[in-house]
Ligand binder design. Structure first.
Ligand code: SAM
Length: 212
């Protein structure tokens, strides 16, 4: 799910720091045991998420769509002492693998893992977040944005993954439901005067919105 040329992707990958051993193992286990393993954030995007949290030092992160925990671990690696990540995932069959790798990474105490439909869980959350990572079902991105907005502090970030959808969002002849939903999400955020935003063309595109 990359938008850059495969050879450029390979070059980017080769010139990044090596993926840490636990994340390599998680990636392998995800590919061996879980359906749709390509949903995983992966090496370079993972490094980016970690460096972002090391730079911004968020105390509270909310991840919507955890899958096997790869992006959650990458985000949690940058949490300062006392920081927490709340991870929402609808598929409770993934609990064992998420739990195993957060524990191996020494980050289990930073994880608040909740299973269920994020649309129903988010309204029950009482924390204020410094960072939200939206990476669940694409057709609900707009709803997730609306649900989390008031829970993000001023100066906090709402980051959404896959906003280029393999480049299909920029092709007016592509109008399947997911492409249309992501296009609408990108347009909504662009029109929202409460945020400053841009799309980072990393892997499948990250929309980064800072709440003013
Ligand atoms: C693209 S994957 C997440 C990948 C993960 N963030 C990573 O980078 O490794 C999307 C995940 O969202 C979950 N999901 C889909 N709809 C959801 C919902 N309504 N509530 C919570 N999780 C949901 C799916 O089960 C899937 O595991």
């Amino acid at each position: 799910m990359h938008v850059t040329e495969p050879s450029v992707d390979e070059y980017i990958d080769l010139n990044a720091s090596e993926e840490d051993a636990i994340l390599q193992e998680l990636d392998r286990e995800t590919h061996l045991k879980v359906a749709l393993p390509n949903m995983i954030s992966g090496h370079v995007q993972g490094l980016y998420l970690t460096s972002l949290t090391r730079m911004l030092r968020p105390m509270r992160i909310l991840e919507i769509g955890t899958f096997t925990g790869y992006s959650g671990i990458c985000l949690a690696k940058g949490l300062p002492e006392g920081g927490k990540i709340t991870c929402l995932e609808i598929n409770d069959e993934l609990e064992e693998i998420i739990d195993k790798y957060f524990t191996k990474a020494g980050l289990r105490d930073k994880l608040d893992l909740r299973f269920g439909n994020a649309m129903e869980i988010i309204p029950t959350l009482e924390d204020t977040y410094d960072m939200i990572f939206i990476d669940a079902d694409k057709r609900n991105y707009i709803h997730y944005y609306d649900l989390v907005f008031d829970k993000v502090r001023k100066g906090g970030y709402i980051i959404a993954d896959n906003v280029l959808w393999k480049g299909k969002v920029a092709d007016p002849t592509k109008n399947d439901k997911d492409t249309v939903a992501i296009r609408e999400y990108n347009e909504k955020v662009k029109q929202d005067p409460r945020v400053e935003n841009f799309i980072l063309p990393l892997r499948d595109g990250l929309l980064i919105a800072e709440k003013k």
